[in-house]
Design a protein around this ligand. Structure first.
Ligand code: NAP
Length: 218
């Protein structure tokens, strides 16, 4: 797939490397084409990563991933334009500042881009777990929320390609704020409670429930 990533910081950088390793092409949408982090990222795989302005990057990608501060979502939405049928994955968390008047970036991008397929995913764990989701014999899980089944199906594929074990359906758009709270639970444990950033969430299930859940979902 051709994946556009807006935001070439810690999250955008980690996901770029994982997806390129999985065979995808990544187009980095940046405000300044001389952006140093984006230029460094391109050197990871010059054949599969390129830099374009946000509007051109969004036009070219089949999927758009937003990994900027949440309050920048309005600016990002305006710069990438209208994308009614493309999947947009919002990886942001409004930790300090919301994209007012919207409660979160998912809502801002849905309205500004007039997009029916915005989902939230890749927000609830540290970027270190996106770089390496494997802890010995255990692999970290991911979670996705939103109303678009198409968006969730794409997020599940991309979570798998990024190396996460499972990507669980966290619910509809009414659960997006809860998924941001879930990210805050990770931050609380990692930072405030001092467990460090090498921690992650894993959903464990008794085998019979797991089979049932897998049959229901697939
Ligand atoms: N860090 C984590 O472990 C983590 C984990 C999960 C989710 N998140 C969430 O993911 C998002 C990104 O976090 P991060 O840690 O990757 O941040 P970061 O390292 O600070 O990177 C932010 C990126 O957003 C870009 N950006 C800012 N405003 C923009 C705009 N208006 N248009 C286009 N690009 C813009 C910046 O580009 P410039 O270089 O041009 O400023 C930069 O590339 C945040 O919402 C955060 O809450 C973070």
């Amino acid at each position: 797939m051709k994946i556009t990533i807006i935001g070439t910081g810690k999250v955008g950088g980690a996901l770029t490397k994982r997806w390129v390793d999985a065979g995808h092409e990544v187009i980095l949408g940046v405000r300044n084409l001389n952006n140093i982090k984006a230029r460094e990222l391109v050197t990871y795989n010059r054949k599969k990563i390129k830099i374009l302005a946000p509007s051109e990057a969004a036009e070219e990608g089949e999927i758009i991933v937003v990994a900027t501060p949440a309050h920048a979502a309005i600016d990002v939405g305006e710069s990438i334009g209208i994308h009614r049928d493309k999947v947009i994955i919002d990886a942001t968390n409004a930790i300090y500042k919301k994209p007012d008047p919207f409660p979160h970036a998912t809502a801002a991008l849905s309205e500004i881009c007039q997009c029916r397929h915005v989902v939230k995913c890749f927000n609830c764990t540290g970027f270190e777990n996106m770089e390496d989701p494997v802890y010995g014999k255990t692999t970290v899980d991911m979670f996705v929320a939103g109303d678009s089944e198409k968006g969730k199906a794409v997020a599940v594929i991309l979570a798998d390609d990024a190396g996460f074990e499972d990507c669980f359906d966290f619910g509809g758009s009414d659960k997006i704020e809860l998924l941001e709270q879930f990210a805050k639970v990770w931050i609380n444990l990692a930072v405030m409670q001092g467990y460090g950033r090498d921690i992650a969430f894993k959903l464990i299930m008794r085998e019979d429930y797991k089979e049932e859940a897998e049959n229901d979902y697939h």
